[in-house]
Write a protein that binds this ligand. Structure first.
Ligand code: GLV
Ligand code: GLV
Length: 321
C-alpha cells in the first residue's frame, strides 16, 4: 500500500481506481487552491509516495523537497505550473493527461469562435436586459465563417482537431504556424503552412491559439502582431493566458484594431486585465475548455493510472519529464 496526496477534490473515477489498487488516498479538504505554503505543510504531515496535482498548483523545488513522493501526476495536459528542471534534478517523474481532452477543448474553441462571430453572448445580454423591442434589419450583425481563413497557432492535437472541425464543418480555409510543417494539416485539411507567423496574423480572419506556455511562447500574441490583424478578425485563446499580451489585447479591442476575442484563459488567472470585462466585443469564460463531465472524469482516471503504473515500478504512459 502506498499513500497518495490529492491537492483538491476531483471527479471520483481516478480516486476509486487508486483505492481499488489498494492505495490510501488523502484529498485536501480546502475549498479552493492550496497556496504553496499550505501544500508544503500538507505534504509534511504524512509520508506520501505520490502526489496528484492540478494546473493551479505551483510545483517547484521547494515542494519536491517537502515530500518523498517521486511522482507528481498533473491533472491537465499543460504542465507549465511544474518546474521540470527541478523535477529532473531530484529524479521526480512528472506526468500529464493528454489525448482525452483533445476533442473537448477543440469543441470549446470552436464554440467560442462561433459565439464571438455570431455575437451570441452579446445578444443574450441584450435580450435579457429587455432591449429587444422588435426585429430590425441591422440588429447585432455578425460574421459568416464559410470560406473565411482560420489561422491555427500550434499544430498539436488540439490545434488539429479545431482545424478539422472548421474545415469539414464550416468550409473554412486553414493556415497554420508551428516550429515545423505538419503533413496531416497539409494532406487532410488542405492547410497552408505559414513559416512566418506574421503572415498568419495578417491573413487570418480568426486566429486560434493552441501552443503550450513556454518561455518562447510567452506573449507570442503581442501588440505588434495584433496590429497586423484585419480589423474584422477575431482572436480565440483556449491554451494559456500568458501566450497573449492581455493588456495589448484590451487596447486592440478598445480601439477596434480587431473585431473581437473569445478567451477562456488569462494572463494572471483568475484576475482579468484592467478594462477587459467592460468590453462588449469579447467573450470571457473561466478556464473551462476541458470541462465536460466525460473528459474531466477521464482526466482523473488517467492521472490515477499514471500513479498506479509508477507505484508498480512501470513507466507511466504520460511522462513529460
Ligand atoms: C487545461 O487547461 C489543461 O491543461 O488540461
Ligand atoms: C494537446 O494534447 C496538444 O498536443 O495540443
Amino acid at each position: 500500500m502506498s499513500r497518495i496526496f490529492v491537492t483538491r477534490k476531483i471527479p471520483e473515477d481516478g480516486i476509486n481506481l487508486l483505492q481499488e489498487a489498494g492505495h490510501e488516498v488523502t484529498i485536501s479538504t480546502k475549498e479552493g487552491v492550496l497556496t504553496k505554503e499550505e501544500l508544503i505543510a500538507e505534504l509534511g504531515k504524512e509520508s506520501y509516495d505520490a502526489v496528484l496535482c492540478l494546473l493551479t498548483d505551483t510545483i517547484d523545488g521547494e515542494v519536491f523537497d517537502a515530500t518523498d513522493a517521486k511522482i507528481f501526476a498533473n491533472y491537465a495536459v499543460g504542465y507549465d505550473n511544474i518546474d521540470l528542471e527541478a523535477a529532473k534534478e531530484r529524479g521526480v517523474t512528472v506526468t500529464n493527461t493528454p489525448g482525452v481532452l483533445t476533442e473537448t477543448v477543440a469543441e470549446y474553441a470552436f464554440s467560442l469562435m462561433l459565439a464571438v462571430a455570431k455575437r451570441i453572448p452579446e445578444a443574450d445580454r441584450f435580450t435579457r436586459a429587455g432591449k429587444y423591442d422588435g426585429w430590425a434589419p441591422e440588429l447585432l450583425l455578425g460574421s459568416d465563417l464559410k470560406g473565411k481563413t482560420l489561422g491555427i497557432l500550434g499544430a498539436g492535437r488540439i490545434g488539429y482537431a479545431m482545424a478539422e472541425k472548421a474545415y469539414r464543418g464550416l468550409g473554412m480555409n486553414i493556415i497554420y504556424n508551428d516550429i515545423k510543417k505538419n503533413e496531416h494539416f497539409e494532406n487532410d485539411l488542405a492547410a497552408t503552412y505559414k513559416e512566418d507567423i506574421e503572415e498568419l496574423f495578417a491573413e487570418a480572419d480568426i486566429v486560434s491559439v493552441h501552443v503550450p506556455l513556454l518561455p518562447a511562447t510567452k506573449h507570442l500574441v503581442n501588440g505588434v502582431r495584433l496590429a497586423m490583424m484585419k480589423k474584422t478578425a477575431y482572436l480565440i485563446n483556449t491554451s494559456r493566458g500568458p501566450v497573449v499580451d492581455e493588456k495589448a489585447l484590451v487596447e486592440a479591442l478598445k480601439t477596434g484594431q480587431i473585431a473581437g476575442a473569445g478567451l477562456d484563459v488569462y494572463e494572471d488567472e483568475p484576475a482579468l486585465a484592467a478594462g477587459l470585462s467592460d468590453l462588449d466585443n469579447v467573450t470571457l469564460t473561466p478556464h473551462i475548455a476541458s470541462a465536460s463531465v466525460e473528459t474531466r472524469g477521464k482526466m482523473s482516471l488517467i492521472a490515477a493510472q499514471n500513479i498506479v503504473a509508477f507505484l508498480n515500478g512501470e513507466t507511466p504512459e504520460n511522462v513529460v519529464s
